[in-house]
Design a protein around this ligand. Sequence first.
Ligand SMILES: Nc1ncnc2c1ncn2[C@@H]1O[C@H](COP(=O)(O)OP(=O)(O)OP(=O)(O)O)[C@@H](O)[C@H]1O
Ligand SMILES: [Mg+2]
Length: 148
Amino acid sequence: MKERITKNEQETIYLAHQLGLLLKPGMIVLLDGDLASGKTTFAKGIGLALNIKETINSPSFTILKRYLTPENKLYHIDLYRIKGEGYDFDLEDYIYSDAITVIEWPFNVRSLLPQEYLLVKFEIIEEFKRKISFEAVGEAYEKVVYYL
Ligand SMILES: Nc1ncnc2c1ncn2[C@@H]1O[C@H](COP(=O)(O)OP(=O)(O)OP(=O)(O)O)[C@@H](O)[C@H]1O
Ligand SMILES: [Mg+2]
């Protein structure tokens, strides 16, 4: 487990950028934390590291957004609006793919949780201060956290 404090949005983006450089195709990153704790901001930073030029914003209304470049694939999933199992398409197909998949509100659909993943937890400390912690489940993810 590793912990970092960020003092503004840019620091969160920078931290996510560092993580993004370490991620490999097929990896899954779960972003867990309260409303406005910085999950989408963090996803933006991962997108920057993957050279994605499109702006990453909240996919709440679409559940899934796909960002593709010749070198990288990023899927950004937001399960905020989904409680339990009631979704009408195969999220599994996206989660188990060669893309890097980032999931906000991952515990809303527990049946979707993969066996191995990187869990990033966000805590609001003050208006602009966030505690961001990294928990690896699986060897490949432990390596990522080690180098972060
Ligand atoms: N240190 C920080 N890191 C990230 N965001 C910060 C920080 N300090 C303040 N903020 C602000 O907090 C908000 C975070 O919004 P963001 O959309 O990333 O949250 P979220 O966790 O995705 O929320 P939601 O659950 O609604 O999707 C932004 O308005 C951002 O400017
Ligand atoms: Mg969000």
